[in-house]
Design a protein around this ligand. Sequence first.
Ligand code: FNR
Length: 367
Amino acid sequence: ESHETILSVADLEKAASKKLGKTAGEFYNSGSTDQITIRENSTAFSKYRLRPRVLVDVSGVDTSTEVFGRKISFPLSVSPAGLQAMASPEGELATSRACAKQGVNMGISSYSNYSIEAVRSAGLSAGPMSHAIQLYTMKNRALQEHIIKNAEAAGCSAILLTADSPVLGFRYNEWRNDFRTPEGLDFPILEQTSEDIRRQTHDGVFLGFNDDSHSWDREIPRLRSLTKMEIWIKGVLTAEDTELAIRHGCDGIIVSNHGGRQLDGVLATLDALPECVEAAQGRIRIHVDGGFRSGTDIFKALALGAECCWVGRPAIWGLAYDGEAGVRLMLETMHSEFRRCMQLTGCKTVKNITKASLARYNGDGVL
Ligand code: FNR
């Protein structure tokens, strides 16, 4: 298969899923229980249509924006998703290099198969970029502190505290397939070896280390006292929690439902975004992930008030398809679609993408 056949992220999904096979493919691609939220994350985009302005000089279109105090080439980053070496041996190292080469940032999952230092230096060897470390609310507070200090020393810009996972969502595929991480893959950030984790199910591993007694008051002041990195809450879906993130002095929120892998039946992230933006009134930065599969999807989220979008599975599909080159192909595809969408809607800069760029669609069968 040559790259010429991959014209879209949907093409990449198909090609990659074939290569991954059943167990790994279902682990990456599935959501929880009834698969409602994972589907709605993507279908929500069709509730909006674009309002293009014409005869605008878009010859010098600028797709860049600023995130974590650094310019990125367009408003997209790669979400923290674990176990990337199962998709391609170089896993997170390849993703990191691809992000640097395409000028975007990356979140490093606590379940990364490579250490924070290794992922960070792989990226930096390919170009300037920022990394955020994804953090769980761990029972082992000493290990969590160690991860935070390591991330800061390695030069990470932010903590993404995953707040939607006191326990794991029900993921039937993992049980039906008795999913275990493949032999030889460690979780170095969590200090778990291949032998440790192969003895247990994914659910068992998670319940063993994660602390479900977490709370705003318990977590945020502690993180602030431990680090100068930015603190972002990943997994906010409501106005109420947006307000709490502001009150606790967080730097940003990621409107996220964990790609439909946690509680099934919550709002699609694009549907939750407006109430979070409205509640924030510009007092906190707002990013979003879940179901973004094209440049037009990014455009719609920006029009609804997001500063930047993130993608999880598309990067995995890129890795599975062709390692680093596959992740670059995914990012380049999304970037060129986003650029073309800006030009065809008459937006010269991302600041020109506003509420006026969208209309709610009331056509048959969509709402
Ligand atoms: C994830 N995600 C995730 N999130 C997190 O906070 N910590 C983690 O360790 C993981 N691991 C993980 C593994 C896999 C295989 C997937 C697909 C996802 C969720 C991820 O950060 C992000 O929120 C979603 O992937 C976004 O949705 P899309 O783009 O995959 O639809």
